[in-house]
Design a protein around this ligand. Structure first.
Ligand code: DGL
Length: 278
């Protein structure tokens, strides 16, 4: 796998590739379709290997490089969106070096959205064990907002609830009460959902945090970044004929369609099974 074999020429008609460990990246896709309805998309949900959060960084990095290379090779994607904080926190720079097309992550856009929102300067960030453990948010905050107070908390288990389609059960509420307690005590006024699965738990998380805390996701801000980038690079697709949307899953494809459609909307009509390496 070398840059030479994976680099593709970026042209307007080619699709944008997006990936996540499972359904989470669909939150970003929703914003992208709404903002850029003419763009063709290929989405890869690694549902056969989720969750990424508890896995060692090295393993997640390997998955991310494998998927990025696959999307570039098979679909000649003109741009890749790493719609997974856990993968972005360990592999974004390597993907940029490897793929030869623009690669957009979710961490910087998410942090920017949170910083725009906070009034008190006390911001909570929640994510997987991998993301929070990587220090990616802490380092970014130190660099771009050294005077704000950032409180980070890992939320193991949240992703699994979403993947099972359990977004508002009593059990996930009990777990949220326990995991979010330190952030409530910290008195944050803004909570950044630093995992793309978490917007699907927004009702539960909002109930627990209380109405005075604003929940922020990276989805819209990431979509804005993608739009600005393709316009700047002159690679936005010109309208003319409907765009193509393809949905790929490494796990149970029937479940991917059933649950994915419920979470994303009618654009997700059918999915294809893809099995990667390991
Ligand atoms: N959506 C992924 C993220 O943003 C979840 C990772 C996981 O599978 O644990 O981090």
């Amino acid at each position: 796998m070398t840059a030479a074999t994976t680099a593709v020429e970026a042209v307007p008609d080619r699709p944008i590739g997006i990936f996540d460990s499972g359904f989470g990246g669909l939150t970003v896709v929703r914003s992208m379709i709404d903002l850029m309805p003419d763009e063709s998309l290929v989405y890869f949900g690694d549902t056969g290997r989720y969750p990424y959060g508890p896995r060692p960084a090295e393993e997640v990095r390997g998955f991310a490089l494998e998927i990025g290379e696959f999307l570039s090779r098979e679909f000649a994607c003109k741009l890749i969106v790493v719609a997974c904080n856990t993968a972005a926190s360990v592999a974004l720079e390597e993907l940029r070096a490897l793929l030869g097309v623009p690669v957009v992550g979710v961490i910087e856009p998410g942090m920017r959205a949170a910083l725009k929102t906070t009034e008190s300067g006390r911001v909570g960030v929640i994510g997987t064990v991998g993301t929070i453990g990587s220090g990616a948010y802490q380092e970014l905050a130190q660099r771009v907002a050294p005077t704000e107070e950032i409180f980070c908390a890992a939320c193991p288990g949240f992703v699994e609830f979403v993947e099972r389609g359990e977004t508002a059960s009593e059990q996930v509420h009990v777990l949220a009460e326990r995991l979010l307690a330190p952030l409530k005590r910290a008195g944050v006024d803004t909570l950044l959902l630093g995992c793309t699965h978490y917007p699907f738990l927004a009702r539960t998380i909002g109930d627990v945090m209380g109405r005075e805390v604003v929940l922020v996701s990276s989805a819209d801000e990431t979509a804005f970044d993608v739009k600005a980038l393709i316009e700047r690079e002159g690679i936005a697709r010109l309208a003319g004929g409907p765009p193509s949307h393809r949905w790929l899953s490494s796990g149970d494809v029937d479940w991917f369609v059933e649950m994915g459609r419920r979470l994303l909307g009618p654009e997700l009509e059918s999915a294809e099974k893809v099995e990667l390496g390991s």
